[in-house]
Design a protein around this ligand. Structure first.
Ligand SMILES: [Zn+2]
Ligand SMILES: [Zn+2]
Length: 309
């Protein structure tokens, strides 16, 4: 069953958002009404916690209603973790979502070509990530580290080599016939980004989000979503909120200083928050060490979700 085809007039829509806009404009019914008429199952919209039966809030056409009326009912539900995992897996394996996410990802990458250009010629964070992922490809990570270190040493000894490499990349970008300017190349980088493993702090946050009732946050650190040339780690598109995880090492003052960034940690965070604010997104920054304290971190996220900004 294709949920993206209007049940009233058979029009095919590209996304749930456009279907909602369609039913509102063309048929003058709200998405909630439309959902109630065609999709709502018998017990949907009522709190699952035994004995509560309160009404729950409606999310959207894809997700339907929340399972619980409140964080409290959710926390007290004995099988909540199994349920959260089940819902997350279902959402992840839903062919409609897979198709939408892959199309969106491709679009975002092509739109952000300028950013990729910047990353492959200048950005050190990208190169570090690249090296980190490649580590898995080597049977012996020590061997890989040696290679990275020897390249670094060579660059330190002869800074002109680094400039030479960057210039080579720049030349490739400037040449419209080079492989850098083909769609295949963009998709190759995109795949590379998407296959990158989640970091430990990202996994911690993902686990915490499973325990937060009604969270709209989705992992987007795989390059599937961009805001003004930055790729946030977790995004709630509906409420325009992002969560960024800062690694204790890669975002530390001494490390950033090596690459010419002399800002304090505080200013570094403020800059990131302001970057997203300019596009209308609110940003919560969590440091790696914070994600290790489950309850504290969970409360911080719940507070952020409930904040009316
Ligand atoms: Zn219609
Ligand atoms: Zn309840």
């Amino acid at each position: 069953m294709n949920k993206l085809v209007c049940k009233i007039c058979n029009k095919e829509c590209k996304s749930f958002k456009s279907l909602a806009a369609h039913t509102r404009q063309k048929h003058k019914i709200s998405k909630k009404n439309y959902y109630d008429n065609f999709f709502k199952t018998k017990n949907e919209g009522k709190c699952k916690f035994i004995g509560c039966n309160n009404d729950t809030r409606f999310y959207n056409l894809n997700r339907g209603y929340s399972e619980f009326c409140s964080q409290k009912c959710y926390n007290n539900f004995p099988e909540r973790l199994e349920l959260a995992k089940k819902i997350a897996t279902e959402r992840m394996n839903n062919p409609v979502n897979i198709k939408l996410s892959s199309e969106n990802c491709k679009k975002q990458w092509i739109e952000n070509k300028e950013y990729i250009k910047l990353m492959t010629t200048k950005n050190s964070e990208f190169r570090i990530k690249q090296a980190k992922w490649q580590e898995d490809k080597y049977k012996d990570p020590k061997e890989r580290r040696k290679t990275s270190e020897s390249i670094k040493k060579a660059y330190d000894k002869k800074p002109e080599l680094r400039i030479k490499a960057a210039n080579h990349s720049k030349k490739m970008w400037d040449d419209p016939n080079s492989k850098f300017n083909t769609e295949e190349y963009l998709i190759k980088i995109m795949d590379f980004f998407r296959k990158g493993k989640k970091s430990k702090p990202e996994k911690n946050i993902e686990e915490i989000l499973l325990e937060v009732e009604g969270s709209f946050f989705k992992y987007t650190g795989d390059g599937s979503f961009w805001i003004n040339r930055k790729n946030p780690d977790f995004t709630d598109v509906k409420n325009k909120k992002v969560i960024e995880v800062f690694g204790d090492y890669y975002h530390s003052e001494p490390f950033r200083k090596k690459y010419g960034d002399i800002l304090s940690n505080e200013q570094h965070c403020i800059n990131r928050i302001n970057h997203f604010k300019e596009s209308g997104y609110n940003c919560l920054i969590l440091w790696e060490h914070e994600t290790k304290k489950f309850e504290e971190c969970k409360n911080k996220i719940i507070k952020f979700i409930n904040e009316e900004l």
